[in-house]
Design a protein around this ligand. Structure first.
Ligand SMILES: Nc1ncnc2c1ncn2[C@@H]1O[C@H](COP(=O)(O)OP(=O)(O)OP(=O)(O)O)[C@@H](O)[C@H]1O
Ligand SMILES: [Mg+2]
Length: 251
């Protein structure tokens, strides 16, 4: 199997009160094509920092990030734009990721146009991907405040996948939604994985969700990966004390 993403010895420290705090400490992993890799761990352990470095929203202190065998750790300019196209991210609060004054369809079109797609094709694609994400074409004409949280999250996933990324990073993408909507979004993400062969980095504090969608899971604690395996291995036979505590707190 070929790796879509390969991360080697990634490090990131932040300065707090004149002291450097290691948010991510020597993290290495890879995500294979069509694979969903879960990342779990308590609040503040460094999950989003990894996501932000991989998407190049945050600079890397040390280490290497390879996207389809291409070292993207320090690329800039036009190459960075290509990285932004190939790695898309879906966040926790979908409404915040859309401009409130722009209709959802226009918002999706805008990101397609930024990738060099013509206006007419972008319009058709925006509607097509809204449909793939379970939203009929009327949603293209609505403003972000005119849809529910779940619908808005579907639209943000539609926008992310419309530009055909190699990797979709979901950072607590369903945490703000109620359980029923959460289940619908997970079902949709699973379909996209099956139908489009999408690869995911699925960040969540919810081990039950991770078990539902992920092929493999990494457990993170204080900036390091402390354990990894299939969801079943991790949940049934956790090796590390930290993982055991994490599981006890959930189940
Ligand atoms: N821009 C920043 N400047 C300074 N410190 C930061 C910054 N971003 C994150 N941190 C710190 O780095 C650590 C890791 O944060 P991160 O957001 O990666 O955690 P997380 O695992 O995503 O947590 P959560 O589950 O709450 O989202 C935390 O201690 C946080 O306070
Ligand atoms: Mg986070």
């Amino acid at each position: 199997m070929s790796a879509v993403l390969e991360v080697k010895h990634l490090k990131k420290a932040y300065k707090h009160d004149k002291e450097m705090v290691q948010a991510v400490n020597n993290v290495s992993f890879e995500i294979n094509s069509g694979e969903c890799l879960g990342l779990v761990g308590e609040s503040g352990c460094g999950k989003s920092t990894i996501a932000k470095m991989v998407t190049r929203l945050e600079a890397v202190d040390e280490g290497e990030i390879c996207l389809n065998d291409w070292a993207i750790t320090r690329v800039s300019g036009k190459a960075l734009r290509s990285v932004y196209q190939q790695i898309q991210m879906v966040f926790q609060m979908p409404v915040d990721s859309f401009n409130p004054r722009i209709k959802l369809g226009e918002g999706i079109m805008e990101s397609l146009i930024n990738q060099g797609i013509g206006r007419r094709e972008a319009k058709a694609k925006a509607r097509e991907y809204l449909e793939i994400c379970g939203l009929n074409k009327t949603f293209a004409e609505r403003y972000p405040h005119q849809v529910s949280g779940g619908e808005c999250q579907r639209a943000s996933i539609a926008r992310a996948i419309a530009i055909k990324p190699s990797l979709l990073i979901c950072d607590e993408a369903t945490s703000a939604l109620d359980v029923t909507v959460q289940a619908q979004i997970i079902k949709m993400l699973k379909c996209l994985k099956k139908d489009l062969g999408m690869s995911y980095l699925f960040i969540s504090h919810d081990l039950a969700l991770v078990q539902e969608i992920c092929d493999r899971v990494m457990v993170m604690h204080n900036g390091s990966i402390v354990e990894q395996g299939t969801p079943d291995e991790i949940i049934r036979y956790p090796k590390e004390d930290y993982t055991k505590k994490l599981i006890d707190s959930v189940f």
